[in-house]
Design a protein around this ligand. Structure first.
Ligand SMILES: Cc1cc2nc3c(=O)[nH]c(=O)nc-3n(C[C@H](O)[C@H](O)[C@H](O)COP(=O)(O)O)c2cc1C
Length: 433
């Protein structure tokens, strides 16, 4: 089983109003290198494959056509940049991988590969890139673009973006680096292929800015689950992240991904899908359930709808919360809308039910109970779905991470489903082991 830990460089991760809880230390941690380094070291002690930084580069403004609810409740604000924290965490660890989200809109392939490859070089191959296409309108407004490309076309744009990234990554092979003090030759230009690309959307004329890492390019991750998103994942991703609200949805999505793999000439066993799960661990089941309720009762509906409206690209203030909500056409996240609005029985859900699922975990299923119960349930879901592993969402930090590492990981290890030592020298080798 492979495990990653989701984080966001803001006041709490997915649990809305998490910052208001006594156990949450992240708001203070935003100005403290040690907070992030301790988290990374705890996760490395727990032998996690990696850390994953989700990122919303700008504040959602779809709900009531305003940023107010998002800002007021700290719901998709503040939007601190995760990239510097990747460096800070990598500097304090040796094995754990660190995935970071970077949108293909608002940057260029040259700048993106420069930032990611610099981190990958510094960390000796421990960086992954979660490639997203900019589903949030806020991102486009913030960057002064003012409009958003249609959903599927954003993936066409991202395909071209990736084509340039691959050329940049291949531009300088390791054997081009001579560092020959006797001749004064640092690099052999005859072995370097400068990029000269002119496409439909993008162009790039450059030699790669970063030395080739002996561990290759960053690991590539994709998390879009619309039809077009899955095609993009087949073309580029080494790891697929997905969110499904229940095991039935995970099984259905695994079937869809297996079918997409077959269509794209990929072997089903090469699909490495990590589903989101949110553990809440206490010494008794009653305490764990009480903890969930304590966190949930604090979250106002407005805060949830501010986030959900941004992700759906639809102002949800116009709907009756107690009527079933049908899937709508959207240019934002089709995958997350579909996963949220499909009940475990395949039927529809009301907006209030959807909101209840989003309050703490953005519709990621919760696994609540004692360490044994949580470990058993995680193993059951893993076996039943045939997924590669899980991407865990914390409620409050750092206690969610420490509880899991100290109490659940040892059980997973004793049951023989999780590593006791890192197998490889870098992120890709550990993920593939
Ligand atoms: C586990 C998971 C994490 C995600 N993290 C981000 C993120 O950090 N930033 C972002 O813009 N989109 C994120 N997404 C959204 C998707 O990557 C994708 O861009 C979005 O769902 C639209 O694609 P789709 O319509 O093909 O599903 C995430 C999705 C999943 C399932």
């Amino acid at each position: 089983m492979h495990l990653m830990q989701m984080l966001i460089h803001t006041v709490s991760t997915h649990t809305l109003l998490g910052w208001a809880d006594l156990k949450e230390e992240q708001a203070e941690g935003l100005q403290d290198f040690a907070y992030w380094q301790n988290l990374a070291q705890t996760l490395e002690r727990g032998r996690f494959d990696g850390i994953f930084f989700a990122d919303s580069p700008a504040t959602h403004a779809v709900y009531q056509n305003s940023v107010n609810a998002s800002v007021q409740y700290g719901a998709s604000w503040p939007n601190h940049d995760p990239m510097p924290v990747v460096a800070v965490m990598a500097a304090a660890t040796k094995h754990i991988g660190i995935g970071v989200t970077l949108s293909t809109t608002g940057t260029t392939p040259y700048l993106a590969t420069r930032r990611l490859s610099t981190l990958n070089y510094l960390s000796r191959g421990r960086v992954a890139w979660n490639i997203v296409t900019g589903f949030s309108m806020a991102e486009h407004m913030a960057n002064g673009v003012g409009s958003q490309m249609p959903h599927d076309e954003r993936y066409d744009f991202a395909d071209e973006f990736m084509e340039i990234c691959y050329k940049l990554w291949d531009s300088v092979p390791p054997q081009a680096i001579l560092k020959n003090a006797a001749t004064g030759q640092f690099a052999d230009v005859s072995k370097i292929t400068p990029v000269d690309y002119k496409g439909r959307y993008l162009s790039c004329k450059a030699v790669a800015p970063v030395l080739p890492s002996p561990y290759g390019r960053p690991v590539l991750i994709q998390a879009g689950s619309s039809g077009r998103g899955m095609k993009f994942a087949m073309d580029h991703a080494e790891i697929i992240f997905a969110i499904q609200g229940h095991v039935a949805g995970m099984k259905k999505s695994m079937d869809q991904l297996r079918a997409a793999a077959a269509t794209h000439g990929k072997r089903a066993e090469d699909l490495r899908v990590l589903y989101g799960l949110q553990p809440i661990v206490r010494s008794t089941e009653a305490e764990a359930r009480a903890r969930m309720e304590e966190l949930k009762q604090r979250v106002p509906l407005d805060a949830i709808l501010a986030r959900l409206s941004g992700v759906f690209g639809v102002d949800l203030s116009q709907f009756d919360p107690d009527r079933p909500l049908a899937e709508m056409k959207t240019q934002a996240s089709q995958g997350l809308m579909s996963a949220t609005l499909t009940g475990a029985d395949g039927g529809s859900v009301t907006l209030r039910q959807a909101a209840a699922q989003w309050a703490l975990s953005v519709a990621i299923p919760q696994v609540i109970g004692t360490p044994e119960q949580v470990a058993d349930e995680i193993i059951r879901v893993w076996r039943e779905t045939g997924c590669y592993g899980f991407n865990l969402s914390p409620t409050t930090n750092p206690d969610s991470v420490t509880d899991f590492v100290d109490h659940v990981v040892p059980i997973l290890q004793r049951r023989g489903v999780f590593r006791t030592e890192y197998e490889g020298r870098n992120f890709r080798e550990n993920l593939l082991a």
